[in-house]
Design a protein around this ligand. Sequence first.
Ligand SMILES: Cc1ncc(COP(=O)(O)O)c(C=O)c1O
Length: 381
Amino acid sequence: MSAAWLSRLKQSLVAREAQGLLRRLHARGSRETELNLADNDYLALSKDPSVVAAAAAALKEWGASSSASPLVSGYTALHAALEKKLAAWHGYAHGIILNTGYAANAAVLGGLPREGDLVLADRLVHASMLSGIESSGAKLVRFPHNDLDTLEIKLIKAANYAGAVFVVTESVYSMDGDSPDLKRLSELRDRFGFCWVLDEAHATGWHGATGSGLQEEQGVRGAADIVVGTLGKALGSQGAYVLSRESAVREALINFSGEFIYSTYLAPSSAAAGLAAIQRVEEIGSERSALHALSHEWRAALGEAGFAVPAGHSPIIPVILGDAVRTVHFAQKLKEAGIRVSAIRPPTVPTGTGRLRISLRRGLTAADLKKFIKAMQEAAL
Ligand SMILES: Cc1ncc(COP(=O)(O)O)c(C=O)c1O
């Protein structure tokens, strides 16, 4: 190992620390002692008895691993059942499971666009989407967050583009909890004929009459050409999926995606947990309006306490605090009060927009909200 390289590596970490941006791992225990406003288990399904029982039964039947990549022997009847279920639920003809949402986005956007194509992406799309686009060789043009007027202007300019045009958005943005107008995106898609890739990672489970996501809630179920979703958030498991109307998308991922081909496939128990979770999401449909009311209530309480937060009813509430040091101070004070929240800093979010990312979950009580607001007010002193 070269000493110069090692010194360069260490200097990069020192520089990160000096900016207040160094990240460290903290191993948590299995017993929850804090009020958890940090993870993405929005429906508390990761500990739901029927989800856990389904995973445990699959562990007994199939063992702890798929033991091979999918084209070898890792693809099981559980994966096949899950991809069918997911596709039907979201209104698509075809689905394929990938190991993570990161891999799914990297595979779709790294493999489907090519050099000579144009990808128009919202300024705040997830790192996994950007990573894919950058590796595809296609031209990347970003439009301001949720600004569909600017997107439309860029589409008009690209009307005679020789290559294929892709538009990439999320339905609920992971760090802002806000959404684009999917109906308008769907109309733009019909007018301009681009390939619309939509990441529903944070919407599935929380939005839509049957919980499939924001396309369902906004009345445009099945409108995007390609949907990426993950099992690792509201569905309480792990793994991810890609859905499409065209079988060629699924076939292309199976044939050309390194993320799919060259990796031990998702454990069958995770697929079983995902299947059980979808059933639970459908069963708890009548609670969905109460979840949206919870989101309104927490936002209103934050506003009354002097913290400006955007309106909305998604499970993610950003409390923008500005610089990284102030953000970490708030997270630390909340931790001391027994509340776990994530302090999100650059480069995950743009400079100067450090924030607490409040992640709501089914089962939060009025007492939890009171405790949280009190801790926020004390942190602000
Ligand atoms: C919008 C979005 N897409 C994809 C992912 C990645 O999903 P996974 O955690 O399954 O890798 C995330 C994770 O944070 C995300 O926020």
